[in-house]
Structures are given as C-alpha cells and as structure tokens.
Design a protein. Structure first.
Ligand code: FDA
Length: 307
C-alpha cells in the first residue's frame, strides 16, 4: 500500500487526529460534498434528484465498528425508516440500501449481526428493494461471507462486496458468480498487510480485471464500484465480449465523486448506481475518501493551514 494512504488510514484511528479533523474549517465542505445530509429526509431528497437524473442509488446509513447492542439497534431502526421511505416515495425500484455489518455488532456478536441483518432484509423484501452488505477490513471477510451466505438462503438477492486488493478475491468471485447472486467488486479501502493484500496499486488493478472477468463470465449480477476511467473502459469492453447487456451488470460510484462521469455513462445506456452515505457518523468514511485521493486531501490540508 502507498505510504501516504497507509499513513492517513493509520492516523484515522488516532483521537487527536479525529478532533483536528472534526474542528478543521474545511471539514464541513468536504462532508457536504461526500455525505448527503444527516437524516433520512435529506438522503431521500438527494436520492430522488439522482433518480430523476436517470441514476440508481444505494443508501448507506453511516456507522461502523459498533461495540454496543443499543447502537446496533439504532442502525437497524434507521435502515427500516429508510426502506419505508423508499417505498412511500416510490423510488424503491431504483434505490436499495448498503449496510456495514460492523454497525450491527459483528465485531462482538456475529449472531446478533445476523439477526439484525435478517430484519433489514425482511423489510427490504416487503418494500420491493434489495440490500448489499459492504465489506470491511480482512479480519471480517469470512464472517461477512458467512452472514451473507446465511441471508441468501432466504433472500437470494442479498448482495456482497468483494475487494480486488485481497489475494483471496478471485476465488471468492468464482464461488459467488452463480445464478441470482449480486456482487459488487471494488478495489478495497482499508489498510491491509502484505500477507493478505497486494501492496502495489498496479497489482490491485490487474486483480480487479481478473475478478471482473470471472463475474462477467458467471451467471450473477455484477456491480462494478470504481471511479477509475481505465477500469470503466476495460469493463465496458469486457461486458460486450461476454455479451452482457447493460442492465445485466452495473457501474457504481460514490456520491460526490465524478458526478459528470456518472451522467455520461448513464447517457450511454449503462446502468449507474450512486452510493449515497447519510447520517452523522461520517468520520471513518471521510478518512477513507481522503486516503484514496490526493486532490481531496490537499483541499482539506489547505483549509487546516489557513485557519
Ligand atoms: P482509485 O481511487 O484507485 O483511482 C484510480 C484513478 O481514477 C485515479 O488515478 C484517477 O485517475 C481516477 N479518479 C478517481 N477518483 C476520481 C475523481 N473523483 N475525479 C477524477 N478522477 C478520479 N471499499 C471497501 O473496502 N468496501 C466496500 O464495501 C466498498 N464499497 C464501495 C462502493 C462503491 C459504490 C464504490 C465506488 C467504492 C466502494 N469502496 C469500498 C471503495 C473502493 O474500495 C475504493 O477504495 C474506491 O472506490 C477508490 O478506488 P477506485 O477504483 O475508485 O479508483
């Protein structure tokens, strides 16, 4: 992993850095750029705007690494409220939810996380939409795939995320590329050691293409989460090669990242879904975005220096 990226991801766990980021003048602008508001109503408003522009969305109620069952229950309530709101506003056909299992207590009680995830999936089914479970750091990969596997027995449309930076991911793609599966492929956003993940970004890109080929050759629904223009081009070509029509796979990008590109792809007939985070627990999410992109980081650092 590149030194700057691993430095930021390590600093993200430091309380002094957290306080500095929270109080920096540029933080509010960055949060507003990448987070679609603090509550369900503002997320629905942003989501509706994207749907009206021809895009799909996946709503992410921010929160992770919960160590408390009461907070995990709060996350569930937020998702149930969001799912009902998607149904009532009539956008459930173009909008689903993305969930981090660590926000449901996965780190301290896997069976609790499964039980809470079941409630979210049952409500999603009733509201006419789907759920995709985000993938977090590699210590949770097996647990997340176990939970997703259990959920898929009742709700085969439950989606999983796989991270191209992990050595294991080509094998996980092959295991999950069967009928009815939904898999989001992304590069991976966490600080991972070299014994589990490719340290070289070029190797990650090669792995992404290998994994994309496996998913496109399979029978499932493939979702490509990337802003990388080279990967978007390669996947568009490979999809044609595998005779995949737009709508049998999709591109996904994060809210606030390459919005013109999102619209351009949709204008070319591709299905494009925007990952739309909302809520107050934006810190971990924002730090991963800073670590990914020097342009975001320099914008933020300028605001700290000019205090
Ligand atoms: P990357 O950041 O490597 O950028 C490659 C190139 O793309 C850049 O050099 C630049 O040329 C171009 N580029 C990128 N951003 C740009 C911009 N804003 N403007 C112009 N050019 C730009 N991770 C994870 O671990 N678990 C998860 O569950 C998810 N979920 C998820 C959902 C969705 C919808 C997305 C898009 C991403 C995730 N991720 C994730 C994050 C993912 O793993 C990864 O960290 C980021 O997407 C960054 O990688 P990229 O593939 O976008 O390209």
């Amino acid at each position: 992993m590149e030194p700057l990226r691993s430095l930021i991801l390590a600093a993200a766990r430091n309380n002094a850095v957290r306080d500095l980021v929270a109080s920096a003048p540029g933080t509010r602008a960055l949060v507003e750029r990448f987070v679609a508001g603090a509550d369900t109503a503002s997320a629905i408003e942003a989501g509706r705007g994207l749907v009206d522009a021809g895009l799909s969305v996946t709503m992410d109620y921010l929160g992770e690494d919960t160590t408390d069952a009461a907070l995990a229950e709060q996350s569930v309530q937020a998702y149930l409220e969001m799912l009902d709101a998607l149904r009532v506003t009539g956008i459930a056909g173009q909008a689903e939810v993305s969930v981090k299992l660590s926000a449901l207590g996965q780190r301290f009680d896997e069976s609790l996380a499964l039980a809470l995830a079941e409630r979210i999936c049952a409500r999603a089914q009733r509201c006419g939409t789907t759920v995709t479970f985000d993938m977090e750091d590699h210590r949770t990969t097996d647990s997340t795939l176990r939970i997703v596997g259990a959920l898929r027995r009742e709700w085969p449309w439950v989606g999983a995320v796989l991270q191209a930076y992990l050595y294991r991911t080509a094998a996980d793609c092959a295991a999950l590329a069967g009928p009815e599966s939904r898999v989001r492929l992304c590069k991976g956003a966490y600080a991972e050691p070299a014994d589990v993940a490719y340290p070289d970004p070029h190797e990650v890109d090669l792995s992404y293409v290998r994994c994309a080929n496996i998913l496109l050759a399979g029978d499932g629904y493939a979702m490509f989460g990337t802003h990388d223009p080279r990967l978007v081009r390669i996947i568009t070509e490979r999809a044609r090669w595998y005779d995949r029509k737009p709508g049998s796979y999709e591109f996904q990008m994060l809210y606030g990242m390459r919005p013109q590109e999102q619209l351009r792809l949709a204008g070319e007939g591709e299905k494009v879904r925007v990952y739309l985070p909302y809520g107050r627990q934006w810190y971990g999410y924002l730090m991963r975005r800073l670590a990914e992109r020097p342009a975001n980081l320099s914008f933020f650092l300028r605001s700290v220096v000019s205090r």
